[in-house]
Design a binder for this molecule. Structure first.
Ligand code: FCB
Length: 470
């Protein structure tokens, strides 16, 4: 819909929100009976997180949630995606609920309700109780059952106050960064554990989904990080297509296909596939039961082109598919964020249409999208993050175009409400639309917060970013 001044409009009822995750914002790692999570352990071990940062204080949202909810309300945001910390609810990952841990989320949800902000709760955003990790974590099947039990506890206590449930955040990142490459907790470099974790994460999603449905709550979905695979230039079409299919299976299909179709994709390299003896009868039906919606996190595509992995050119890297004659490539003309992530809004349009094709009619939410930038408070006391305004403008236009072209997109959650603990990067990378001074915990809405508030108010992307940020 194109409105006044060429503004691109969104459908009525479109959800405008922001997203955070427990370990990244809450702090208070051992208050009110909370047990340690793998991220507490991992961040405290020297060398794992840049600058030795930990989530011990983070944004102190455990104590400042009222201020944070008031901030959202002041921006006119009507939806909030946060995550529940499993070790707050079950300190050791099993057994009865810790009522003080649940009280925090009850209070947060009450505050949200008072401000008319619909809650989207993610049950797992990477903070596994350490005790379960000590027994093997996601590499063992029991963790999937423990996750379903924990999910049921959350729903019994909080179900009446939550508008949407998300089981897992980005199982791909958990399996690869946590178990295969070791940059994230639990810091393993173990391909077999990673393949097993892939299956048990997905099984945990399926069992939790069933547990939620048995308790009569919903809608329920999962959040996947998806990356369109884009092929550039000429080359051997057969090799490029094979590389595209394998790369797509590795980064997207391995998670998307089981969830949508109840099967692992044919093009997955054998070493990444869960071994068949881990897949019990009925697992894939459990994993593939119908979803109420799909959460999509979008940051960057993967680009492939013809090249020689033994003689890499500028901006080329070896292709993870291992197909000869093909390399991964980071186009020099695309902007990179301070994470080194490529900025490509067209990729979002392509992705939303592709997923809509694979799951016709399934409501989609962009559950994360945003960028890191070198934000600072200027002498006027403002944070003028014009790069983020441009980024949001381009990506929201891409989302609006995707809706026009048939994607069933129902909402958008910017990552993130607040600057926060960016995992292995610690506090060095700022993603918030609100600046956090970590010394004083002062919050300063950035120009992008004002821009985004205007988008939410108008339910449209203004056509003139040059008019921003004032
Ligand atoms: C995603 C994570 C989120 C945040 C962003 C930048 O992979 O889900 O917690 O760190 O990246």
């Amino acid at each position: 819909m194109t409105g006044a001044n060429g503004a691109l409009g969104f459908p009525e009822g479109f959800a405008w929100g922001s997203a955070t995750a427990a370990y990244q914002i809450e702090g208070a790692p051992s208050i009110d009976g909370k047990g340690p999570s793998v991220w507490d352990t991992f961040s405290h071990a020297p060398g794992n997180v840049r600058g030795g940062d930990t989530g011990d204080i983070a944004c102190d949202s455990y104590h400042r949630y009222r201020e944070d909810v008031a901030l959202m309300a002041s921006l006119g945001l009507r939806a909030y995606r946060f995550s529940i910390s499993w070790p707050r609810v079950q300190p050791g990952g099993r057994g009865p609920a810790n009522s003080k841990g649940l009280d925090y989320y009850r209070a947060l949800l009450d505050e949200l309700a008072e401000h008319d902000i619909a809650a989207t709760a993610t049950l797992y955003h990477w903070d596994l109780p350490q005790e379960l990790q000590d027994e093997g974590g996601w590499a063992v099947r029991d963790t999937a059952h423990r996750f379903a039990e924990y999910s049921a506890l959350c729903v019994e206590a909080l179900g009446d106050r939550v508008a949407r449930w998300i089981t897992l955040n980005e199982p791909q990142v958990v399996a690869n960064n946590g178990y295969r490459h070791g940059q994230h907790a639990p810091g393993l470099r173990d391909p077999e554990a990673a393949a097993a974790a892939t299956h048990h994460l997905l099984l945990g999603h399926g069992l939790a989904t069933r547990a939620l449905r048995d308790l009569g709550v919903g809608p329920v979905g999962i959040t996947l990080d998806l990356h369109p695979i884009r092929v550039l230039g000429d080359g051997d079409p057969g090799q490029l297509e094979t590389a595209r299919l394998i790369t797509d299976a590795m980064v997207n299909g391995l998670y998307l296909e089981p969830v949508l179709q109840g099967r692992y994709p044919a093009h997955t390299p054998a070493a990444m596939l869960p071994p068949s003896d881990l897949i019990a009868d009925g697992d894939l039906e459990t994993i593939g039961q119908p979803l109420d919606f799909l959460g999509v996190n979008y940051y960057s595509p993967v680009f492939l082109r013809a090249g020689d992995p033994d003689d890499l050119r500028r901006n080329e890297e070896p292709a993870r598919s291992g197909v000869p004659g093909v390399v991964e490539y980071r186009p020099g003309e695309l902007e990179r964020t301070t994470m080194g992530w490529l900025v490509d809004a067209d990729g979002l349009h392509e992705l939303l249409l592709e997923v809509s094709k694979q799951a016709p009619g399934l409501p989609l939410y962009i559950t994360e999208n945003g960028r890191a930038a070198e934000d600072y408070v200027n002498p006027q006391g403002e944070v003028d993050d014009i790069e983020r305004v441009r980024y949001l403008h381009a990506h929201l236009q891409a989302a609006a175009r995707a809706i026009e072209d048939g994607a069933s997109l129902a909402g958008y959650f910017v990552w993130s409400l607040l600057d926060n603990f960016e995992w292995a990067w610690g506090y060095q990378k700022r993603f918030g639309i609100v600046f956090v001074d970590f010394g004083t915990q002062r919050r300063i809405p950035k120009s992008s917060a004002r821009f985004y508030a205007e988008v939410a108010r108008a339910n449209a992307v203004p056509s003139l970013p040059a008019a921003w940020p004032h």
